[in-house]
Design a protein around this ligand. Structure first.
Ligand code: XLS
Ligand code: NI
Ligand code: NI
Length: 437
């Protein structure tokens, strides 16, 4: 059998002291932290599109990355070899979950039926590889943004014919996600937005999007797909404005169109920052409103204003992410999908391993620190103290709805000025730094 990543061993935990670049320093899958193994906490997934299909191209340059599995001139052969290589990669890395778009795993052919036939062939290969290894998809999705037919959107296209194409693609993607045992299904509205409002009926397009989601829910029930649907918010790129702008915009959409029972969010780090938030804001919003689902792990670059999809190696970010996830009760059907790609100059197969190993180690460290923070209860104690006054008679009367404006005016007239208290931000940041080491 062809080895697509020759010379690369199975990656094992060797501990912080190791000099081996192909070993985990911190990710020790079987180690128990706060009642669960690291593997159960972190639920890492490899993303198919960036890891196996990204060729290093950018708007100014041709591909820089070539791989053994994509050298054939026959696209179906490439699809088969890539799937086989992917499972070698998952196994060597020790990751049990993967994520995919229909378009990543099989090429689009001349007609929908030919495309679906090729897809079926690749899905049966994937099924066999899954059965041999016990690896399963974290989620599947349909690519409704690369083909030119979707240039003006998919479910929000001005053309009902394009809407129908999007429906047909999601129908099939749901079927194969079910067949492969995917734990969830993602909707990322890549072109569900606009370039200019001068040619866009925003209200009508939003209603079409809601109609589409209801059809997807109906079909999911019809075929018995049990997993949750996730919407992945992103404010812009490729379009100037995307309807699923951020967690709160998606929340409003799901509420207005009565979709909350079937949807949660897949929050991506670099999308949060593009929306002018940080990851923690998006996570806390999602947890606060019971719509947290899963995470696309990556990071942006503070100097670049687009979705650079870099591998997450920032310990602050992973610590605060895992703190929020632990406080929210941990992942259930979701996980940490590395929606991240190599830099254009990282052309060797081994770079893919270094990228994943480094990110997994950074999340493992983040988990360890976050768990210690929770165990010591330091941040909880800060919150408890900060809001302690709500335990007073006044606080209780406000929170229970017993007090109105007139009562509160009376209170102020009687008691005068409140005592101002420091928010202690610098002190809290110092505490966090003591834990991150
Ligand atoms: C693009 C998105 C995409 C989704 C899946 O920015 O992150 O990769 O995760 O369609
Ligand atoms: Ni993503
Ligand atoms: Ni992205």
């Amino acid at each position: 059998m062809t080895e697509y990543f020759p010379g690369i061993p199975t990656i094992r935990y060797e501990g912080p002291g190791t000099r081996n670049s192909l070993a985990y320093r911190h990710y020790n899958p079987a180690e128990v932290i706060a009642g669960k193994t690291m593997e159960q906490h972190l639920r890492f997934a490899v993303c198919y599109w960036h890891t196996f299909k990204f060729a290093g191209n950018d708007p100014f340059g041709l591909p820089t990355i070539g791989r053994m599995y994509n050298s054939s001139s026959d696209p179906v052969r490439v699809a088969e070899e890539t799937m086989t290589a992917a499972f070698e990669f998952f196994q060597k890395l020790g990751v049990k979950l993967w994520c995919f778009h229909d378009w990543d795993i099989a090429p689009e052919m001349q007609t929908l039926s030919e495309t679906n036939a090729v897809l079926d062939r690749i899905v049966s290969l994937a099924t066999k590889l899954q059965d041999d290894t016990g690896i399963r998809p974290l989620w599947g999705t349909a690519n409704l943004f690369s083909n030119p037919r979707f240039m003006a959107g998919a479910a929000t296209s001005p053309s009902p014919h394009v809407f129908a194409w999007a429906a047909a693609k999601v129908k099939k993607a749901l079927e194969i996600s079910l067949e492969l045992g995917a734990e969830g299904y993602v909707f990322w509205g890549g072109r569900e937005g606009y370039e200019t409002l001068l040619n866009t009926d925003l209200k009508r397009e939003t209603e079409h999007l809601a109609r589409f989601m209801h059809m997807a829910v109906d079909y999911k029930k019809e075929i018995g797909f049990q997993g949750p649907f996730y919407i992945e918010p992103k404010p812009k790129e490729p379009t100037k404005h995307q309807y699923d702008f951020d967690a709160s915009t998606c929340h409003a959409f799901l509420q207005k169109y009565d979709l909350l029972d079937d949807f949660r969010l897949n929050i991506e780090v670099n999308h949060a920052t593009l929306a002018g938030h940080d990851m923690l804001h998006e996570l806390e919003y999602a947890f606060a409103h019971d719509i947290f689902g899963s995470i696309d792990a990556n990071r942006g670059d503070t100097l670049l204003g687009w979705d650079t999809d870099q591998f997450p190696t920032d310990l602050y970010l992973t610590t605060l992410t895992m703190y929020s996830v632990l406080r929210g009760g941990g992942f259930t059907t979701g996980g940490l999908n590395f929606d991240a790609k190599l830099r254009r100059q990282s052309i060797d197969p081994v770079d893919l391993f270094h990228a994943h190993i480094g990110s997994m180690d950074t999340f493992a460290r983040g988990l360890r620190i976050a768990s210690k923070l929770r165990e010591d209860g330091v941040l909880e104690e800060i919150l408890r103290e900060r809001y302690a006054e709500w335990g007073s008679e006044l606080g209780r009367r406000i929170e229970s709805g017993a007090a109105g404006f007139a009562d509160l005016e009376k209170h102020v007239l009687q008691t005068g000025e409140p005592e101002c208290r420091s928010g202690r931000q610098e002190h809290i940041e110092n505490i966090l730094n003591d834990y991150i080491q």
